[in-house]
Design a protein around this ligand. Sequence first.
Ligand code: NDP
Length: 290
Amino acid sequence: MSVRAVTVIGLGPMGRAMAEAFLDRGYEVTVWNRTPEKADGLVARGAVRAATAGDALAAGEVAVLSLTDYDAMYAILGPAAARLSGKVIVNLSSDTPDRAREGAEWLAGHGARQLTGGVQVPPSGIGDPASSTFYSGPREVFERHRPTLEVLTGADYRGEDPGLAALYYQLQMGIFWTSMLSWLHALATADANGITAAEFLPYAARTAASVPGFMEFYTPRIDAGEHPGDVDRLAMGVASVEHVTHTVHAAGVDVALPGAVLEIFRRGAAAGHADSSFTSLFEVMRKVPE
Ligand code: NDP
């Protein structure tokens, strides 16, 4: 059996964890990074440091990119474009669905194929099959390289459209950042009242753990376009968010976050949804006036 080879371009915390995982599994790993010293630890473990991005591409068929965004891909691969023909570029860098589609087109113009990826775990989750990464792009390319991709995390193929993996990833990140910010915001109000993050942790965790149950309950109703006010009413939600906002204000804490939530709740009530569930805000938010 031939030795499996992979190139990793971009050696931030994520790219380094990925190169490590490939080394752990006996891959021949070629690496390149704009700041070359970040490869030192990997080279000490047996990775090959390519002198240029073009050399890194030439080392094998598959190159995994772990960069800040797609602009970084153009900055790195643009000057090496002549060496892209026949390559599979697994772009695991965050960006928008449209940028991912443009990237796939640009690569196709140079004879390469792109698999778009959206990694759903921090670097510590790399190498764990229970972790998950969204992929999209040509199905046969994904299936052929699935064993290599699964060295990093479990692989969740979403479809041929190269934008899909980026779309699913950004949907998840929207939930992640707003949830984490709401937690930090609650901690700021707790702190203003002399309650530490550690003291509040069990309660924050309990609320976070209750969220999937609410999602499961409301999901069929949302898909059916039904928002009955049988278990909650938006009018109750408006009053509740007002209470949150006043509590935050009284603590001298920044009210921008609950203020934005309140504005959306009030808009929903003004649009005639006061007696419907708060899920009617789905209808309000998806019809933003031009
Ligand atoms: P970093 O920002 O630490 O690393 C980014 C990499 O991109 C570095 O190798 C950097 O090179 C390179 N880079 C950025 N701009 C350029 C440029 N113009 N030219 C050349 N190289 C460039 O990010 P991470 O390693 O943390 O993450 C990588 C990707 O993974 C990101 O898209 C991130 O959103 C995603 N991700 C990260 C997670 C995390 O927890 N870290 C979780 C899930 C996804 P240099 O070293 O020279 O600066």
